[in-house]
Design a protein around this ligand. Structure first.
Ligand SMILES: *Cc1c(COP(=O)(O)O)cnc(C)c1O
Length: 349
């Protein structure tokens, strides 16, 4: 399991403008790489950030065997750096790999690689700014072969980039009842590249109509909320937190899991169950306070200020007193070391 480390003697960090940057444009100085060949992951190494060399026949380019994860490392108020829930991300990574007939990554390799890489890149996480380190592990098929088949060769890479802990702008969403992101029995529950490419077209159409995002509904009846495509959806109805139950068409979000746990720890009612847009409409029409928000690693929570259901607009509650902001603060406090990490989510490096 040894990882060879070749240090980059030049860091781009000192030239990086933390006050004005677009997410995902500046990789940090190093990459982790490993190759799968003859049934084994081998030559684990950390090298200066570089481009790949790939055959035009590489199977990932044609038949979509690509799988990824998205996670973060944080610097606490006391300066210590940790990775948030890497074991949970590892389990999901392997579920995704299995569904795509790609070889699993041993937990020890995944965790060691993350630790070594984040140790080298931790100076990219400033102490005095709301910036974390976004970590992107991914695996893709490299075997050069045009026939449709499961590849025999893969690359496992981990790359990192700074990410602002921005206060997310509330979003306007539309409940989608025509297009489908994922159907039961399909691959909606895994982070494979094709899921995102397939969602672009309907999302672009929604954007042209003035929406920021789509809330997908189930493929069979188009009545039940699923998720937002990069975020899971949650609803606060009266004093109950409701989120769609997991299925093969919904991604098992780590943020979803963390927010549910925090809500339960606070003694809140939490229901994982089917929720129809009709139920939401009824709640709005009855004049009840409805909070609606997305949850995911990128934005933590993303408040919805407007939702269109069957052509009619409704306004969820987004004032400062909303419960979703308490849940968000509770999660951030655990990450920043301001509250007790009772579930051992912070993995210190
Ligand atoms: C990554 C992702 C989420 C959020 O998962 P987190 O683990 O919380 O980041 C939700 N839905 C989809 C489709 C995703 O790809």
């Amino acid at each position: 399991m040894a990882i060879d480390i070749h240090k980059n003697d030049q860091s781009k960090q000192s030239a990086f403008n933390y006050d004005d940057f677009n997410f995902g444009t500046q990789p940090t100085d190093h990459l982790f790489l490993s190759e799968y060949d003859h049934g084994n992951w081998r030559s684990h190494r950390i090298v200066p950030t570089q481009h790949f060399s790939l055959s035009p026949f590489a199977l990932c380019l044609h038949y979509g065997q690509t799988v990824f994860e998205g996670m973060k490392a944080f610097r606490q108020d006391n300066g210590k750096v940790h990775i948030f829930r890497p074991e949970k991300h590892h389990q999901r990574f392997n579920r995704s790999l299995e569904r795509m007939c790609m070889p699993p990554i041993e937990k020890e390799l995944f965790i060691n690689a993350l630790e070594e890489l984040v140790r080298l890149e931790q100076h990219w996480i400033p102490q005095d700014k709301e910036v974390s380190l976004y970590i992107r592990p991914f695996v893709f098929a490299t075997e050069p072969r045009l026939g449709v088949k499961v590849a025999d060769n893969y690359t496992f890479c981990i790359t990192c980039t700074p990410m602002g802990l921005y206060y997310p702008k509330p979003v306007r969403v539309k409940v989608e009842t025509e297009y489908v992101r994922a159907a039961e029995g399909g691959v909606g529950y895994v982070k494979c590249g094709g899921n995102y490419g397939a969602a672009f077209y309907p999302t672009q159409q929604a954007k042209e109509q003035g929406f920021d995002q789509i809330i997908w509904t189930d493929a069979k009846t188009h009545q039940f909320l699923e998720e937002a495509g990069t975020m899971n959806m949650m609803v606060m109805l009266k004093d109950t937190l409701i989120t769609p139950r997991l299925s093969t068409s919904i991604l098992d979000g780590v943020t979803r899991n963390s927010i549910i746990q925090i809500a339960r720890d606070k003694g809140m009612n939490v229901e994982e169950r089917a929720i129809s847009y009709q139920e939401l409409e009824d709640a709005f029409n009855a004049g009840n306070r409805v909070e609606l928000f997305g949850v995911g690693t990128a934005a933590v929570i993303s408040p919805v200020y407007s939702i269109q259901i069957q052509g009619k607009d409704y306004s969820p509650y987004i004032e400062d007193g909303a419960i979703m902001f308490q849940l968000k603060t509770a999660l951030e406090n655990i990450r920043k070391g301001r509250a007790k990490d009772t579930h051992s989510w912070n993995h210190f490096i």
